[in-house]
Design a protein. Structure first.
Length: 74
């Protein structure tokens, strides 16, 4: 299995589903990667997994490897 490297920060507007999760803030403002991971986990029920881009799916895998110790709790 490939190892993914998580970035330090994430710009939500570059990831469509994450941009939806930050509806109450500026999606162009970078957020900490750990915060992005927490948003995905906490709000997974609002994510349309069928519409994830390859880039966003790779991001989620990298965040899971880095901040979830390989486990994503949805």
């Amino acid at each position: 299995m490939a190892t993914h490297t998580a970035p330090c920060t994430v710009v939500p507007q570059e990831f469509p589903e994450l941009a939806q999760l930050v509806w109450n803030r500026d999606p162009a403002r970078p957020i900490r990667a750990a915060e992005a991971f927490a948003l995905y986990e906490r709000n997974w029920r609002h994510v349309d997994a069928g519409h994830l881009t390859r880039k966003e799916a790779d991001l989620i895998h990298a965040l899971t490897d880095e901040y979830g110790n390989g486990v994503f709790l949805s």
